[in-house]
Design a protein around this ligand. Structure first.
Ligand SMILES: [Zn+2]
Length: 293
């Protein structure tokens, strides 16, 4: 097992639970190998719906902010990460046609530089070598995910520039920036086909039917991190977000051993690199020397 002591990875996510649904198995692997992994959660998830029928109760809805904090604490322990709240308020998922305006004061409406400065301050204090975030579509089009992308990309560039936000700590330039691509279509198709071949009901049939192939988009993946041994840890972290994850839902429909065999990686796109690395990669830290202790 490689020794990652002294290396730091920072994932920037929109809501509590995103750290467990995107990149969680690679996170658990890097933690096991000795890296320090930090998760920044931009909002408190205050406007998330309760997605687990067992938790859809008045007492849960009344205390959703506190409950989601406690869920995050549990997931943090399971993943072995350090977690930071950026302190913004969930924008919610706009429903209706036309969509209603975003609620006042929410993350999606905060001036960009205000959010960027907070993240720059954290980057300069944690000093990560690698930062991950969502692609420009947000991974899925939640306003907080799109905003998380915009804030992360801007903060990645600004953190290393001493002229930007001079009061937010001494400049630190992370070496690499990645986007998550775990929920890509080829993976979904492969898992679907393996379920069908095994005589099991695929949770993806409907999704795939309306999901137009986009080979150019999938070709953006540069980096596949082997982490099948940590899929079980990822599942435990997901289950810790009990209001958001239905244990009988699609998340757990694919048997663990089948998923490990069919698609043993989490996939990323290298977007910016200040170090020399050869593509394709199998490691987010490729090209970065472990600091000498
Ligand atoms: Zn989210």
């Amino acid at each position: 097992m490689p020794n990652r002591a002294g290396l730091r990875l920072m994932h920037v996510h929109a809501h509590p639970d995103d750290e467990s649904s995107k990149g969680a198995a690679s996170t658990a692997r890097y933690v096991a190998e000795g890296a320090e992994v930090h998760v920044v959660t931009c909002t408190g998830g205050e406007r998330g719906s309760v997605l687990n029928p067992r938790m859809d109760r008045p007492d849960v809805l009344e205390n959703i902010t506190e409950i989601r904090r406690a869920e995050m604490d549990a997931a943090r322990e399971i993943l072995g990460i350090t977690q930071h709240w950026l302190g913004f308020v969930d924008s919610g998922w706009p429903e209706g046609d036309p969509k209603p305006p975003l609620p006042e004061g929410c993350f999606g409406l905060v001036p960009l530089d205000e959010a960027v400065e907070r993240l720059v301050r954290l980057i300069r204090s944690v000093r990560p070598h690698v930062v991950t975030t969502y692609d420009e579509r947000g991974g899925y089009p939640h306003p907080d995910h799109v905003r998380c992308h915009e804030v992360s990309v801007a903060a990645f560039a600004a953190a290393g520039d001493p002229e930007r936000f001079p009061d937010a700590g001494p400049a630190w330039q992370p070496a690499k920036l990645y986007y998550h691509h775990t929920f890509n279509r080829p993976r979904t198709q492969a898992l679907n086909d393996a379920m069908v071949a095994a005589g099991l009901e695929s949770p993806y049939a409907e999704r795939l039917a309306s999901w137009k192939p986009e080979p150019e988009w999938d070709a953006r993946i540069t980096t596949r991190v082997e982490c099948a041994a940590y899929f079980g840890v990822r599942d435990q972290a997901l289950l810790a977000h009990a209001t958001q994850i239905d244990p009988d839902g699609a998340w757990f429909a694919v048997p663990l051993d089948l998923a490990q065999e069919v698609w043993p990686t989490e996939d990323y796109e290298l977007v910016v690199s200040h170090v020399t690395t050869e593509l394709p990669e199998d490691d987010l830290f490729a090209g970065i020397d472990a600091p000498v202790a």
